[in-house]
Write a protein that binds this ligand. Sequence first.
Ligand SMILES: [Zn+2]
Length: 435
Amino acid sequence: MSSSALLLRGGQVLRPDRTSGRADVLVRDGVIQEIGADLAAPGAEVIDATGRLVLPGFVDAHRHLWLGALSASSSGVPLFTYAQQINEGHGDAFTADDIYAGVLWGALQAINAGVTTVADWAHNLGSPADIDANVRALSDSGIRARLFFGGKATSSGDVSRFADHARDMLARHPAGGRLEFGLGLRGPSMSTPEETEREFTLARELGLPISIHAGMAGLPGAVTQLHEQRLLGPDVNYAHATEFSTREWELVAGSGGTVTATPTVDLTMGLGVRPATGPAAGHGVAAGLGADTVAYGPSDLFGEMRLALAAERVHTNAPVVARGEMPSELAQDHQHLLEVATRGGAQVLGFDKITGELSPGFRADLITVDLRGPHLDGFGDPVLAAFLGAGPRDVDTVVVDGTVLKRDGVLSGPHVERARQLVLASRERIRARRR
Ligand SMILES: [Zn+2]
């Protein structure tokens, strides 16, 4: 049950200035009111955070939540095989009920892993009823979201046919709530220049930010084409962005665009050899991290942070090692990746004034990581210990907008058991329709 006042007592709190220390966090009416020692809050619900690290909740800046129904169904294959199996295979067997079940379950997977805000990139919506089911599932899950809706990922994905429905939804969900919108468009890699222009123009008429998949190996030139069509802008987010040319990075930086790296998919599916977090930092481009698809990879950002750091160090160390030397300096650090996975994602989603850091005035989107297990209970920096070794099972508490959605390591929202039943039934229906 949500409470108008919530006190997390005695945790190790990570501050925006990268320091951490023992403090209480007082939440009132969904907002972080105060962080300090021995806070008094008569009547508040108290959560004992002793032995836990208190962090801003993760912001997953690119994830297809509907694939929550299909976790681990298409791993270890290249992108075009994956797209055939998932988008053109299972995806076509989905009805609005399956969208609801998949998105709700996918959102709970994310919350369980400490994700409090998600960019839900919905590319299996064939009708207004599908969009409404997606919206309902996000609302019921309790997660904060920007729903990037569009058509199907396939050639039938022209989003223009949803224009009237989009206007209607925007009227029903005014900006500033837990759920906001954007358009997930096919972009130059998956549509014609005319389609791209029409869809970008629609997004701007509606005042909605845009996200596209761009820069993957074998599909070059998306940013260059957008530049030639004069369509670049600060409202465009590029997912993957693994193989942008230097000129394209400069164009993205100059236009104020943002990127989202999805390291597991980027590197193991072969979309590139370096996550976008590295070049984004070099070019001053805002970057977030995403898990992308649980049909292929894991559901948490702990692993994505570690993989991004390892990959960036491989990239910078390789020339030194090739000379037969040992690197004397190492690129990036855990604090940088933690910021990318929290306030970086918030910036990508246009939520940076409300979430992504633990400061008074920000919405209360936060998690605790239990440090008492042998794998995390160390001698050194507890933030580094969590970065190096934590996973979804160590996420003890998840709070979104002041509401506790995971408590004592167990999902606690009102829809958890129903979601489990719905997704099991949905999987049976999808299997039956595909026979
Ligand atoms: Zn994607």
